[in-house]
Design a binder for this molecule. Sequence first.
Ligand code: PXG
Ligand code: PLP
Length: 441
Amino acid sequence: MSQLNNAAPSLDAYWMPFTANRRFKADPRFLARASGMYYYTETGREVLDGTSGLWCVNAGHCRPTIAKAIADQAATLDYATAFNMGHPKAFEFADRLSKITPDGLDHIFFTNSGSEAVETTLKIALAYHRARGKGTKTRLIGRDRGYHGVNFGGISVGGMTKNRMYFGALLGGVDHLPHTHDPVRNGFARGQPQHGAELADELERIVALHDASNIAAVIVEPLAGSTGVLPPPVGYLQRLRKICDKHDILLIFDEVITGFGRLGAAFASQRFGVTPDLMTMAKGITNAAVPMGGVAVSDKVHDTLIEGAESPIELFHGYTYSGHPLACAAGLATLDIYRDEGLFDRVRTLEPVWEEAVHSLDDAPHVIDVRNFGLTAGIELASRPGAPSIRAMEAFERAFDQGVLIRVSGDTIALSPPLIVETGQIERIVGAVRNVLEQVA
Ligand code: PXG
Ligand code: PLP
């Protein structure tokens, strides 16, 4: 298109990500502005945000201190290359982050998204073993139903089949642990399910198959989010940690969703009492106001790589926008809000209320399972015969029409409101879900 000013833009040009493009463009839903717990449509209709955008606006929308920090930064230092150059806020932000990351994970590598954070962890894991003279340790272990973003490393270790199925050229040398969803034994569990710790032992089978000398790392989401909210069975993460230690395998937690208070602690690692060697973060890192991701790296891995490096540049990896000034400014203002408003602890206070509310849907039409942990919930619906995920999609559309934003993944409705949510708003979100479930066929 050579026209620069097109008064009424066509919807054709924008290929929307992870979207039913034709369905959306036939009946578009536009968000025009947002504040606190609410979005507003172009016609000024209020939509209660039951999903924190996409699991990312943890402190609520359009927080003035974050907006100001970004504006001030844009007018002061818009961009600084991070390659052999520094700007103060990147160091300040990494330092602040390292104080809330799990003990011993004190080094922060910046990326621009969760997907890039995942790729970064995989590369660091391989580089770490190589730096120790264990260059045969290259195999990566993910998990069925895992989501680790959309880049080739992430979809290779990931286990969301549709995200992998079109792309032949995945990484070689990847195995998958089984997922932990077991509705027969754990149906309608409140909090962590009781059964399934032994599923971690599958790692022993993979080690026996390939030998530990060939395995670099295991990557899992401490609570699987994208696939429809699967909290870890009691003892499962502890068991994974133990087996990894036994075989000198690095454990990577992908905390893109679970980080920044979602589970009632800064990170899921702290809530579950299991410390990984590498940890991703993104989304809530800037309250989603500027794209950013990062990796927290253990002292052991960091020091080995930095001290064992073969060349002055210790790791040949980084992004044009690593540690972008606007993102760092937004991130610092975000951490201030989390601290000043005690939002991570607030989740612990809300959790019983939340759990009670979402499990009031246990007997709602079509519901075959309800799961919750922290400020997340998965409400799994029976598939409509011959039309998987359509019922949930219809529920999403109807809920939006009724002024509540929910998220669907396959046949599961996922809820994850901002951490500032009030009790009355929890009731409204859950009430809207029940209402639409009574309406959809
Ligand atoms: N790892 C995990 C565990 C995630 O949840 C990513 C990596 C990738 O992050 P980026 O920033 O590259 O998108 C994610 C992202 C959903 C949904 O509907 C979840 C995500 C992204 C989009 C949709 O649940 N999680
Ligand atoms: N492709 C080309 C041609 C580039 O020059 C660069 C960066 O310089 C990239 C891709 C990577 O972009 P980014 O650093 O934003 O990930």
